[in-house]
Design a protein around this ligand. Sequence first.
Ligand SMILES: [Zn+2]
Length: 219
Amino acid sequence: MTTQSFTVNPFEMNCYIYWDDDSKEGVIIDPGAYEDFEKDEITKYIKDNGISIKLILNTHGHIDHILGNDWAMKTFNVPLLMHKDDSPLIDNALEQGAMFQIQFPKPPSPDKFIDESDEIKFAGTTLKILHTPGHSPGSVSFVDEKEKVIFGGDTVFLGSIGRTDLWMGDINLLLDSINNKIFKYEDDYIIYPGHMEETSVGEEKVHNPFLNGEFGKYV
Ligand SMILES: [Zn+2]
């Protein structure tokens, strides 16, 4: 499997193309492309590598993660999946945009809502879905247990955690999601986050001050 990230839009959000080198099938995780050159760059990568995009996945419904949903759905003509608890964020996306002075057309509704009882399958790959709320109510993480990778959205970052001061954020839920779901995986699982560079479960368990007890009130 190959993981290619594109850091896009004014929020510097990581859009991922996760694809199988043999079958060339893949998914787009959080198509937050905003400018045309960002959309062109992602489209070119997909085309140059002969990738057949099967699904579009949203880790959550904040605007920086969904800005390119409309473009991706029209370009690749495949279903968009997200957790139902973030559908209010799709509904109020234009207000979210106004808060940050970003204008964009009303985003399309997801084709399917997913939760932990679902699995995402493409090529020979299975992605498990973890419901990891706290940053937003419907935040999910996608886990490939064969490859030991976690696409965590805005739950845990290199040395930091997702903010919880936005709509229905909840710090206790977030810490619970990280400690009891993401940290249940072994130390060598790679975490691909929604912002900043990749990290690992072991790295964050040991060095993340929000999670290792250094900032006492957070544990
Ligand atoms: Zn977010």
